[in-house]
Unconditional design. Structure first.
Length: 334
């Protein structure tokens, strides 16, 4: 079992960035359906900002994550210095460093001159390259999350808003960007309804996609697919179903193929989602068995990523906070 231990890291920089620094996090649900598989743990606050998402960790251990509420990408150094890396971020959401330590970002654009897109930043020069902003001549909507395989191919999810424009694709989709820049849609409606988090197994043989439909009866689950050497998918199966609770949002994976899924709510938010999914990191084996649940007391938990010198520190974004978790099993950077 990938036993995790939440460690004590001091809060830094919050009062410089926010007018109010007090936490209003609600208590966990009184009657959880999924009980933690380990004793209660001390939650460690790494830093506090506004609405955190998309954590990823650079080669030097600096944590980068998005602050959607303030349209920026933040960075937290190993000595606890918090600063703004990029603002505006063009509503950047999911982030990941690729195998060459370039920062990949899913961006929704500015609604005017900058289109929804996936970008790649050279961290030495600062040059930003747009690697996808359209498919078959149609604009994307709101790229959400991304991962990459051992061949350097990038996979990302894209979701329309309520009123897609004629120049946009008009559908939910999962896309692959090949090293030569070609963009291929590998999943779309009705195969997927509202794709969100995405990650690829360490052996490149399985692709996982989270569905996050909030309407009554909509899919709130993790889909697993066989991933071919050519980057196509087949053999869909439901890896885990969170319904009727809140589904997962983002996720990461460790070196043994266990999924770490940010899911659940501490209090309802006006949708049909219930509190049956306890807020926290849900750790699943490759076979779909729940191995452990790490409670996170703050809404809304969004994503997770491994970092640290030995890839045994899990960073978790939730609400206005970045949490850190120590794990026994080495993670991956996907």
């Amino acid at each position: 079992m990938p036993r995790a231990e939440l460690t004590g890291v001091a809060m830094v920089g919050a009062c410089v960035l926010l007018a109010a620094c007090a936490s209003d996090a609600p208590a966990p649900a009184a009657d959880p359906v999924i009980e933690p598989a380990a004793p209660s743990r001390e939650v460690a606050v790494a830093t506090t900002v506004a609405f955190t998402e998309g954590p990823t960790v650079a080669e030097d251990g600096t944590v980068y994550f998005t602050d959607l509420g303030n349209n920026r990408i933040m960075r937290l150094t190993t000595d606890g210095q918090l600063s703004t890396f990029r603002q505006p971020s063009y509503r950047a959401n999911g982030l990941v460093f690729d195998s060459q330590w370039r920062l990949l970002a899913c961006e929704s654009g500015d609604g005017d001159t900058v289109l929804p897109r996936v970008t790649r930043t050279d961290m030495e020069t600062g040059e930003i390259e747009v690697i996808a902003d359209a498919f078959e001549g149609k604009q994307l909507h709101a790229p959400n999350d991304l991962s990459f395989d051992g061949q350097g191919r990038i996979y990302f999810t894209d979701r329309p808003g309520p009123n897609p424009r004629p120049e946009q694709t008009g559908v939910h989709g999962v896309y692959r960007i090949d090293p030569d820049g070609r963009v291929t849609r590998i999943l779309t409606e009705p195969e997927v309804m509202r794709p969100n988090g995405i990650v690829i197994s360490p052996d490149d043989q399985t692709l996982y996609v989270i569905e996050t439909e909030q309407s009554e009866g909509g899919p709130r689950l993790i889909r697993a697919y066989d991933l071919s050497a050519e980057g196509t998918v087949s053999n869909m199966r439901v890896f885990h179903d969170f319904y009727p609770g809140r589904s997962g949002d983002g996720m990461t994976i460790d070196s043994e193929g266990n999924l770490y899924v940010a899911a659940g709510l501490n209090r309802r938010r006006g949708t049909s989602e219930t509190l049956d999914t306890v807020a926290g990191i849900h750790i699943f084996s490759p076979e779909g068995e729940l191995l452990e649940h790490i409670p996170i007391p703050e809404d809304t938990i969004t994503n997770a990523a491994f970092g640290g010198a030995d890839l045994r520190t899990l960073y978790v974004t939730a609400g206005k906070t970045l949490f850190s978790v120590t794990t026994d099993i080495m993670g991956t950077r996907r």
